[in-house]
Design a protein around this ligand. Sequence first.
Ligand SMILES: Cc1cc2nc3c(=O)[nH]c(=O)nc-3n(C[C@H](O)[C@H](O)[C@H](O)COP(=O)(O)OP(=O)(O)OC[C@H]3O[C@@H](n4cnc5c(N)ncnc54)[C@H](O)[C@@H]3O)c2cc1C
Length: 498
Amino acid sequence: MNIVWFKRDLRICDNLALTEAGREGPFIPLYIYEPTIWVNSNLGNVHRKFLFESLQDLNADLSKLGQPLVFRKGDCIEVFSSIAKMFNIKTVFSYEETWSYATFERDVALRNWFRSENIYWRELPRNGVVRGLKDRNDWSKKWKERMDRPPEKEPVKLDGVEIRSDRIPGSKSTWRVDPIDLFRKLPGGRRAGESVLNSFITSRHTNYKGGISPPNKAFVSSSRLSPYLAFGIFSIKEIVHAVKALNNVMDTSDLALLKKRRASIRSFMSRLKWHCHFIQKLEDQPTIEFNNLHSLTNVLDREFCERKFVAWQNGMTGYPFLDACMRCLISTGWINFRMRAMLMSFSSYHLWLPWQQSASYLASLFVDFEPGIHYPQCQMQSGTTGINTIRIYNPFKQSIDHDPDAIFIKRWVPELKEVEPENLFKPAPILKKTGYPSLIVEEKESRLKAAEKIHSLKKVSTFQKESKKIFLKHGSRKKNFKNKKTSKLVEIQQSFDF
Ligand SMILES: Cc1cc2nc3c(=O)[nH]c(=O)nc-3n(C[C@H](O)[C@H](O)[C@H](O)COP(=O)(O)OP(=O)(O)OC[C@H]3O[C@@H](n4cnc5c(N)ncnc54)[C@H](O)[C@@H]3O)c2cc1C
């Protein structure tokens, strides 16, 4: 008997493990809910809800094919060994996981156990992440080759296997998900994902370029596919192909609109590639979850301060726009890229807190938490990678640029509803009367102090040498990067609309 072990690939379409297992006869489709992994990976209720909704849909899809999902809770070696007592397990099919350090360690132990039990573990590539990548220069080409292949077809029929399943928590996925409210926590599952994808493909993508930085607009203009990608409700390849198909059916009569849509699609496609580009970093260096990428940044004297952390955590820093973003994130489980960057940068620069605790906290809030994107991004916004331009976001400037009428602020910080917008974009003693906290730190002073500390590090003679090594291992390649001087080898993110 074989097993298909579902993890974060909760779909029957474009699932290579399913295709490959199907070629070799009957198999058990298995999901293991592993409490220890959840505790050690910053996962909580927002993720659990999304997961169980997704499993309900997966179970419904598999049941239609003839074999429901087998759901088990527990340590994975114990679960596999209990199944091994009932069946002679030959091969376990799964994808190659690049996730938290806890899953990395689990896989080391599991590999040894499989070996001792003579079970073959066939791990198949996931998305564009390349296991055992030797040379970053080849990565882009490999990514493209993978994305150009057609998505795997879903199986037509599965042979039933006599095995019991524990009950999947949550209710059956019989509810209608259309229309989805993009301003609330998104529901999990393939049906909900299809609804989000369809609305993006049919109309929402038009305003993607230019519409993803202001947080109010971003809720609609961004694809909002991130949790569906993080849980593998869709593969990246499925989205790439869906967008390519859109290119072929676009109305060409309105040239201005066509140009706008094409620019948006290009911009969106570059993010899909970034998705894998970032996860590749964690694949190549799993310690990115804990350790500064650039070792010389270890000397930065960041110190945990509970008072500052708690204020930041609860959206009570005295910076209206920043607090609005945090409160919005707590309520909806999502915030757009620029605001994530601002939240992280404020914690790491203005408050001078170590990035690790802040990153863990944000991970527990993001429904789309994806360690391979999250930790490198958090380090990027904290100045510890050595290869990225230092960007310290001033929350006042961000609010003027992206919420000029303070609509977003007033929505999420209701105690400031009656305050004139201009008093929300600068230090204003008048806010005290509303009961809203005063500024936790002075903006300019703390920003300049942080910038000075980070920039002075770059003057250390060995800094650039290590940066170059990091770039060669992890940096994104532009066409002419080989001719660039070491000091110019920064990972450029022009495509992020800064
Ligand atoms: C501090 C910080 C932490 C982040 N943590 C996560 C995380 O845990 N999970 C996560 O999916 N994204 C993370 N991001 C990246 C980005 O903010 C989100 O992917 C994006 O906001 C998700 O919304 P969307 O699906 O509408 O994005 P879209 O703009 O529609 O992009 C489509 C997809 O491309 C990928 N993508 C988009 N932007 C990036 C990026 N900058 N880097 C890598 N991939 C990208 C995502 O998979 C996204 O779903 C983080 C960014 C920052 C600054």
